[in-house]
Design a protein around this ligand. Structure first.
Ligand code: ADP
Length: 160
């Protein structure tokens, strides 16, 4: 079975990696879809976000990273996926992910959305908080893969 894991991944964090790693054990293939134009202020452009996600999952032979624009259900169709995977943090995500699941079901009734609970150590970790900490000069090494930490430091123009 094939699953897609969509998101903005600006940038790819250890929380995203944890969800991807766990999903890759459940499915034959996992396609990480990096969404081109999220309604967020982005630190990294699409090519950078894709490259960082690819570097983070390079050790997994059944994970592929693709950029996409348009509907996630169309990405799933193109990837011949039956499942959309999302990560769920206790405090931040339920209502949004619930609405997304309802909308996905409306758009494509055969697609199931599967949410994996964030692991305890990543419950509080979000890409936006991470960017804020980096901008303010905090060390983010524990929360992102090494390539991402380097890219974040370069981007925010600091030697942390
Ligand atoms: P989006 O902009 O679509 O929310 P993100 O890149 O922020 O995309 O996140 C993609 C998915 O990963 C979402 O389902 C989000 O809830 C999940 N996610 C983000 N951070 C974590 C984390 N620390 N642990 C588990 N899942 C996470």
């Amino acid at each position: 079975m094939i699953a897609v894991y969509p998101g903005s991944f600006d940038p790819f964090t250890n929380g995203h990696l944890d969800v991807a790693r766990r999903a890759a054990r459940l499915f034959d293939r996992l396609v990480i879809g990096v969404y081109a134009t999220p309604e967020k202020k982005l630190l990294f452009d699409l090519d950078e976000r894709v490259a960082l996600a690819r570097a983070a999952v390079s050790a997994f032979s059944n994970i592929e990273v693709r950029p996409y624009s348009g509907l996630t259900v169309e990405l799933a169709r193109a990837a011949t996926a039956q499942i959309i995977v999302r990560g769920l943090r206790v405090s931040a995500d339920f209502e949004f992910e619930f609405d997304l699941a309802m909308m996905t079901h409306k758009l494509s009734p055969d697609l199931e959305m599967l949410c994996l609970m964030a692991s305890p150590q990543y419950q509080f970790l979000s890409a936006s908080l991470l960017k804020e900490v980096a901008r303010l000069g905090g060390n983010v090494d524990d929360w992102v893969p090494a390539e991402v930490a380097e890219a974040v430091k370069t981007k925010v123009g600091r030697t942390i």
